[in-house]
Design a protein around this ligand. Structure first.
Ligand SMILES: Cc1cc2nc3c(=O)[nH]c(=O)nc-3n(C[C@H](O)[C@H](O)[C@H](O)COP(=O)(O)O)c2cc1C
Length: 211
């Protein structure tokens, strides 16, 4: 029997929007036969007492990832809220510990993808995703976004996050807007697309090795 293709959805979420989108991305990836999906978070850097005071969502069930486990996956899909157009410090901090993996070339040839959340429509959606892509490219990963045959990408009937760069949610200034159905659908398409490509690459590699 062919080895499973392993997809990691790795996220940081302060108020739950990215957590919700991560679950949709994972559900889309899980639709692909032969794929096993794992959802994990990066560690919080804000002390617990302060986190409670500012209302950080502390009941998130996903286990915390370690840097050392990244090579176990065939694809890594990274989700982070925007911070002034960049990834959140918690996610940056995690990737800044991957120097040893970079030295070993441990992530070369794996599939990488990214999704985000912003408070407003034009406040860093694409630049945040690109900030993740940059890091993944330095690791030699193959970048995958949302395929442009995803019809939700071109709708203009309602405000929605998501672009060919990656899925996204617009949270509203007060964070009251959770992912809409359109945003959830784009996230599922992204998860499925990444998983399909990772599966095809893995099957191709295993067949080439066996030949
Ligand atoms: C320090 C800081 C900087 C932020 N910068 C931006 C920004 O540049 N553009 C924007 O639309 N939202 C910005 N936000 C809002 C967050 O992106 C929003 O709270 C987040 O997407 C919610 O996702 P989460 O619920 O998964 O934490 C910022 C929030 C904080 C705390």
């Amino acid at each position: 029997m062919m080895e499973k293709t392993r997809v990691l959805v790795l996220y940081y979420s302060m108020y739950g929007h990215i957590e919700a989108l991560a679950q949709e991305v994972a559900a889309g990836a899980a639709e692909v036969e032969g794929v096993e999906v794992v959802i994990k978070r990066v560690p919080e850097l804000i002390p617990e007492e302060q986190a409670r005071q500012i209302g950080i969502k502390l009941d998130q069930k996903a286990p915390v990832a370690t840097v050392e486990e990244l090579p176990e996956y065939d694809a890594i899909i990274v989700g982070t809220p925007t911070r002034f157009g960049n990834m959140a410090a918690q996610m940056r901090n995690f990737w800044d510990q991957t120097g040893p993996l970079w030295l070993q070339g441990a992530l070369i040839g794996k599939v990488g993808s990214a999704f985000t959340a912003t408070a407003t429509q034009h406040a860093g959606h694409e630049s945040t995703i690109l900030s993740i892509h940059t890091t993944l490219l330095h690791h030699g990963m193959i970048i995958v976004g949302v395929p442009t045959n995803c019809v939700e990408l071109t709708q203009i009937d309602e405000v929605a996050g998501g672009s060919p760069y990656g899925a996204g949610v617009i949270t509203g200034g007060d964070g009251s807007r959770m992912p809409s159905e359109i945003e959830r659908r784009i996230a599922r398409v992204q998860g499925r697309h990444v998983a399909q490509i990772a599966r095809q690459l893995k099957v191709g590699r295993l067949q080439a090795q066996a030949a």
